[in-house]
Design a binder for this molecule. Sequence first.
Ligand code: DGL
Length: 287
Amino acid sequence: MQMSVGAPLGVFDSGLGGLTVVKALRVSLPQESIAYFGDTARLPYGTKSPATVYQFTRQCLRFLMSLRPKLLVVACNTASALALAELRGEFEVPIVGVLEPGAKAAVEVTREKKGGGGKRGGLIATEATIASNAYPAAIRRLDPQVQVIGRACPLLVPMIEEGREPTDVIVGLVLREYLTPFLELDISTLILGCTHYPLFADAIAQTLGAGGGGVKLIDSAKQTALVVREQLDTMNARSTSSGAPPTRPPLTCYVTDQGQRFERLASRFLGESVGQPVWVTPEMLEL
Ligand code: DGL
């Protein structure tokens, strides 16, 4: 396939969460235009079976491929954990996931426990990501000394997609329920193993509070953006547009459900207006 340097990066998530990766990409690669796909009609992926996650992810990536991107980013931990390995060979452009970069970022900062006895980190993610064991496996490959203790947090994605504020009393209750067990585990890091979770990062840090003893939160977005930049350099495919306003390259969003809520929340999360997303109908996914 003929690759154009001016082609967009295709970024995919089940919903809004991948915008945390887009935000990092906009900082790290301001010259690149981005086509963002949120499968908002079928979210959450994190409660679904590996076969379904694979099928949905494949359809969404095939749609993104119709926009002729130079690279795909699977900005979804669930899809990265369950579908990426199988899908890699199927597309003619490189695919960057978020799980390996997240694991690398975690390994770099996870420290020895206070009383000695190895390095220990926590992991919060969707049910499917936890069940896949993909994070502990990726971390073990990088540093067998790091022990990872994971917990599924299925209520967080729906609350974020609904636009609940981190200060919302229900969010506080749910975070306490999920995070309290970590307070006794002497972890030095907590991996936010779902691209939605950085939206609650402050509330998570606050919940871990004094009892967390300075637990460092790991968000894979920056590390993923770095990997994308390196990959574009390897391909000699960095865009040469100025990237400076008012010539900022476009960010076009595609969603599978009607887009008003997406547009409202996306702008809030990204700090820039995304404009009205393009609605992708079920027929358009059957490519
Ligand atoms: N944001 C996604 C992740 O990183 C998936 C959330 C969901 O659809 O359950 O896992």
